[in-house]
Design a protein around this ligand. Structure first.
Ligand code: NAP
Length: 496
C-alpha cells in the first residue's frame, strides 16, 4: 500500500515529504498542496509546497553532487540504475495504486506504466555504457589546406544539473525517461513532478534513494507549477531543462536562459484513412489510439480524416467498438475513466458544445458525471469548429470527411502542432508519399500513433516540441561534446 512498508519514511502524518540532500523532508512553508482524486473529486493525498529557499538548497547540492558523480565510472552509474529499475519493478503495486488514485489511470495500465519505466531505466543504463564509452578520433588533413599535424579526440561530457518536469499523464514513465539519461550521462537531477501524479513520482524517487545513489544527486521538489515553476525554470543553477506538457512549455522556452531544452508538448495527431484501407484495422486503431486512458495521451488519435467513400462504413465500425468500452472507476480497470480535473472536463465540454452549435453529428449522446465523460465520436466536423484544431485530452474524437489526399495533408499541416500522425492504406508508395508530406515528427503507417517503444526517436515539430526524445537521443541531448586536440610539431602520416 502507498506510504507504507519501505515507503513509510516518505510521509509525515498525511502529507508526503519532498526529497533533498538524500533525505525526506518537511517544507518550512508549513503549507501543503492537495491532490484531488479525479474519481471522488475529494482530496486524496497532500504534498509539501516547497519554498524558493528549499529550491536554492536543492540546486546548490545538485551542483556539488554532480561534480563527484561525473568522476564515477560509467559501469558504476549503470549498476545503480539497474538497482533502481529492479526496486521500481518490485514495488510496482503501491506506485500503481497512486496512479489510480491521483490520475485515474486504469489499474492494469498503471502497473504497465511502472514496469515499462523499470525497463526504460535498464535499457538506458545499457545504452549509456556503450554510447558514452565511445568518442571520435579526427585528423586534420581531411580539411583543405591542412597537413596531418592535429589529432582531435572527442568525448561526451555531462551538462551539469538537469531540471526534469513531466506531465500528469505519465508521471512515472515521463520522469524516468529524463532521470535515467541524465544520470547515466553524469548529470545530477532535480525533479518537479506534476501535482496530479506527484505521490507516484515520490514513491518512484524513493526507489532511487533505496538503490543508494549519492546524496544530493537526485532531488524532488513539490508544489504547484504555477507557483514554483518560474523560479525553477529560470534558476541560474539549471544547466538543462527537459519538459513534457502543454503550452506551458512554450512559455518556458521563452523564459529559460541559454541552456539546452528538450520540449515535448501537445499534439493533434491526425489519422488519414484512404479508400483502400483495412477498415477493421483502422477502427481498432482509432478506438485504441483515440480512447485509451480516456484520450489523455499526447499521441492519441485526435482527428480522423477519412475519404468520403469509406466514411460511413468506418464510422459504423468505430461506433460498434465504442459501444463495447466500459466506463467507470479506474479501480475496476474500466476503459474510460474520469479525466484528470474538473477544469479539464469543463474544457472538453466546451469543445463538444461548440461542435454541437456548429452542426456536428453526435454519434452517441453526450454524457458526463463529474469528471467522467462517456466516449463520443463527432462526425461531419468542419474546420470552423474548435475541435477540428484543439487538443481535447479527453474521450471525444472528431471525424472530418475528405475528398482527396491533398485535403487531408492540408488539414494536418495547417495545425500548429506536429507531433505524430498516421495513415491507413494498403498502398505503401502512397503511404510513404503522405508520410513525407506530413509535417510531424513521426508518421505511423497502418497503426495509431505511439510514443513507444521507448528507444525509438520521439519528437514534435512546430508547437509540439524542441529536440528529440527516445533513449539514445536523450542521452546525447544531456551531454556536450568535449574535444582535446594534440598538435604535432610536423605532419605524421600512417606508414605503409
Ligand atoms: P501542463 O499543464 O503543461 O503541465 C506539465 C508540467 O508543467 C506539470 O508538472 C506542471 O506542474 C508544470 N508546470 C505548470 N506550470 C509551470 C510553470 N510555470 N513552470 C514550470 N512548470 C510548470 O501539462 P499537463 O496537463 O500535465 O499534461 C498534458 C499536456 O502534456 C498535453 O498537452 C499533452 O499533449 C502533453 N504531453 C506531451 C507529451 C509529449 O511527449 N509530446 C507527452 C505527454 C503529454 P503542476 O501539475 O504542478 O501544474
Amino acid at each position: 500500500m502507498a506510504g507504507t512498508g519501505v515507503f513509510e519514511e516518505i510521509i509525515d502524518g498525511d502529507v508526503y515529504k519532498y526529497y533533498s540532500e538524500g533525505e525526506w523532508r518537511k517544507s518550512s512553508s508549513g503549507k501543503s498542496v492537495a491532490i484531488i482524486n479525479p474519481t471522488t473529486r475529494k482530496t486524496h493525498y497532500k504534498v509539501q509546497a516547497c519554498t524558493q529557499v528549499e529550491v536554492n538548497k536543492v540546486m546548490e547540492v545538485a551542483k556539488t553532487a554532480q561534480k563527484a558523480w561525473a568522476k564515477t565510472p560509467l559501469w558504476k552509474r549503470a549498476e545503480l540504475l539497474h538497482k533502481a529499475a529492479a526496486l521500481l519493478k518490485e514495488h510496482r503495486e503501491p506506485i500503481a495504486e497512486c496512479l489510480v488514485k491521483e490520475i485515474a489511470k486504469p489499474a492494469k495500465d498503471a502497473v504497465i506504466e511502472v514496469v515499462r519505466s523499470g525497463d526504460l531505466i535498464s535499457y538506458t543504463a545499457e545504452e549509456g555504457v556503450r554510447l558514452l564509452g565511445e568518442g571520435k578520433f579526427l585528423v586534420s588533413d581531411s580539411f583543405p589546406g591542412n597537413e596531418r599535424t592535429k589529432y582531435c579526440l572527442t568525448s561526451k561530457i555531462p551538462l551539469g544539473v538537469v531540471l526534469a518536469i513531466p506531465p500528469f499523464n505519465y508521471p512515472v514513465n515521463l520522469a524516468v525517461s529524463k532521470i535515467a539519461p541524465a544520470l547515466i550521462a553524469g548529470n545530477s537531477l532535480v525533479l518537479k513532478p506534476p501535482t496530479q501524479g506527484a505521490v507516484a513520482a515520490l514513491h518512484m524517487v524513493h526507489c532511487f534513494h533505496l538503490a543508494g545513489f549519492p546524496k544530493g544527486l537526485i532531488s524532488c521538489v513539490t508544489g504547484k507549477g504555477s507557483e514554483i515553476g518560474d523560479f525553477l525554470t529560470m534558476h541560474p543553477g539549471v544547466n538543462c531543462i527537459s519538459f513534457t506538457g502543454g503550452d506551458t512549455g512554450i512559455a518556458i522556452s521563452k523564459k529559460a536562459g541559454m541552456v539546452p531544452l528538450q520540449m515535448e508538448l501537445g499534439g493533434k495527431d491526425a489519422c488519414i484513412v484512404l479508400e483502400d484501407a483495412d477498415l477493421d484495422l483502422v477502427a481498432a486503431n482509432i478506438v485504441k489510439g483515440g480512447f485509451s486512458y480516456s484520450g489523455q495521451r499526447c499521441t492519441a488519435v485526435k482527428v480522423v480524416l477519412v475519404m468520403e467513400l469509406v466514411a460511413d462504413s468506418l464510422v459504423e465500425k468505430v461506433n460498434a467498438k465504442l459501444a463495447k468500452l466500459t466506463v467507470g472507476p479506474p479501480e475496476d480497470d474500466c476503459d474510460i475513466t474520469p479525466v484528470v480535473t474538473e477544469s479539464s472536463a469543463n474544457f472538453i465540454e466546451g469543445l463538444v458544445m461548440d461542435a454541437k452549435e456548429k452542426g456536428a453529428t453526435f454519434c452517441q449522446e453526450y454524457q458526463r458525471e463529474g469528471n467522467l465523460i462517456w466516449p463520443l465520436l463527432l462526425d461531419h466536423v468542419r474546420p470552423d469548429m474548435r475541435i477540428a484544431w484543439e487538443e481535447p485530452f479527453g474521450p471525444v474524437l472528431p471525424v472530418i470527411r475528405i475528398n482527396s489526399i491533398e485535403e487531408g495533408i492540408h488539414h494536418c499541416n495547417a495545425s500548429n502542432f506536429g507531433l505524430q500522425g498516421c495513415v491507413f492504406t494498403r498502398d505503401i508508395v502512397k503511404a510513404i508519399m503522405i508520410s513525407d508530406a506530413m509535417e510531424t515528427g513521426t508518421v505511423q503507417i497502418n497503426s495509431a500513433p505511439a510514443r513507444g517503444p521507448d528507444h525509438f526517436p520521439f519528437q514534435g515539430l512546430k508547437d509540439s516540441g524542441i529536440g528529440s526524445q527516445g533513449i539514445t537521443n536523450s542521452i546525447n541531448m544531456m551531454t556536450k561534446v568535449k574535444s582535446t586536440v594534440i598538435n604535432l610539431p610536423s605532419p605524421s602520416y600512417t606508414m605503409g
